[in-house]
Design a protein around this ligand. Structure first.
Ligand SMILES: *[C@@H]1O[C@H](CO)[C@@H](O)[C@H](O)[C@H]1NC(C)=O
Ligand SMILES: *[C@@H]1O[C@H](CO)[C@@H](O)[C@H](O)[C@H]1NC(C)=O
Length: 328
């Protein structure tokens, strides 16, 4: 089915010249640009955007499965670094992978298997405060969403990790409107006036990732999904934290000054705002509502916390006794 269509496509390009647009991984857009909009992402060469485990999704909280996992352990997130802030044409992105010395932003725990290293984080945001986030919670959109993209250090690089299921872990945070400016965001937003044009970047000295994070990382949703931009690889272990990052309307307005690299159908350059993908089908996937538990996995039988049943309760009791024995 695919071959005849591409032959047909090639034939029409040859016959009728450049009138027929082709979408590539370098010129995709969200909406309003015509042939490169998200409904055509599946046509990009090598795309997974038509798969059955795509992101973002709507999380229906009453359909989630409650579980406990060890807390997240963020290593060196409090290290101050010099980072690059970039308008990459479709998001405001901060590169954090080229850190001096050994202080990588590494994360373990939180139910992740292995060590995941941050390479960049970026923001999705809307043209008004009623929209902007990619994921929704019970149908509700937040005005923005921040994604910290990590790769499994079992792979040599992010480009290797992205070829393997579970190779990428994204820590996602919803932003919520607050009356006051969030001073931790200022260091990034102060760069925005120099980043209005797509494909521009700025150096940002003295940045500390942990300053941005909400106070609690102990409640989150977890599911297996994809990158939310082409090629939509289905390799992402998603974490979406319940606790939000605060942002003022004034600060949201600054994000809305950024321009994307998309051109609308009338030929005008488009703003970056509304850079969120449509909600994708959950399908048969389970969404977990996770609570971090300091004692999780401390017992010799990690299945212990699963139990509400009698045998489970016995194991929990065992674990408790072991913990007590270790303590005293
Ligand atoms: C996207 O890029 C490809 C390759 O450069 C080009 O052939 C195509 O026309 C572009 N599509 C649009 C809509 O500009
Ligand atoms: C943000 O921009 C909107 C639209 O231009 C404006 O109505 C609003 O007053 C601005 N808000 C702040 C806090 O600057």
């Amino acid at each position: 089915m695919k071959t005849p269509f591409s032959v047909l496509l090639l034939a029409s390009v040859l016959c009728f010249g450049p009138a027929l647009a082709i979408i590539t991984k370098n010129n995709w857009s969200y909406a309003g640009a015509g042939d490169t909009d998200q409904e055509f992402w599946k046509d990009i060469d090598g795309s997974f955007c038509d798969g059955s485990s795509q992101s973002p999704i709507n999380i229906v909280t009453k359909w989630t499965r409650e579980i406990e996992r060890a807390p997240f352990n963020l290593q060196s997130y409090d290290t101050t670094i010099d980072a690059t802030v970039e308008n990459n044409g479709h998001a405001l992105e901060i590169e954090v992978s080229k850190m001096p010395g050994e202080g990588h932003y590494d994360v373990t725990g939180g139910g992740l298997s292995g060590t995941f290293r941050a390479v960049q984080f970026h923001f999705h945001f809307g043209s008004n405060s009623m929209q902007g986030s990619e994921h929704t919670i019970d149908g509700e959109r937040y005005p923005a969403e921040m994604h910290i993209v990590h790769y499994d250090t079992a792979y040599s690089s992010v480009s290797e990790a992205v070829k393997n299921k579970g190779g990428i872990a994204v820590l996602g945070f919803f932003l919520e409107v607050d009356d006051d400016d969030n001073s931790a965001l200022d260091i990034i937003l102060d760069q925005a006036s120099n980043l209005m044009r797509p494909h521009t970047h700025q150096e940002m000295a003295g940045f500390t990732l942990s300053n941005l994070l909400p106070s609690s990382l102990d409640k989150f949703w977890r599911y297996d999904g994809s990158l939310t931009t082409p090629l939509c690889n289905e390799v992402v272990t998603w974490t979406l934290f319940e606790d939000t990052i605060k942002i003022s309307n004034n600060q949201l307005n600054i994000t809305r000054t950024l321009m994307s690299d998309a051109i609308d159908e009338a030929g005008y350059e488009m703003p970056m705002e509304n850079n969120f993908r449509d909600i994708q089908s959950r399908g048969i996937r389970t969404i977990y509502a996770v609570t971090a538990d300091d004692d999780y996995g401390m017992s010799p039988t990690p299945t212990a916390s699963a139990g509400k049943s009698a045998p489970g309760a016995m194991i929990v009791l065992d674990a408790f006794l072991v913990a007590m024995a270790l303590r005293f």
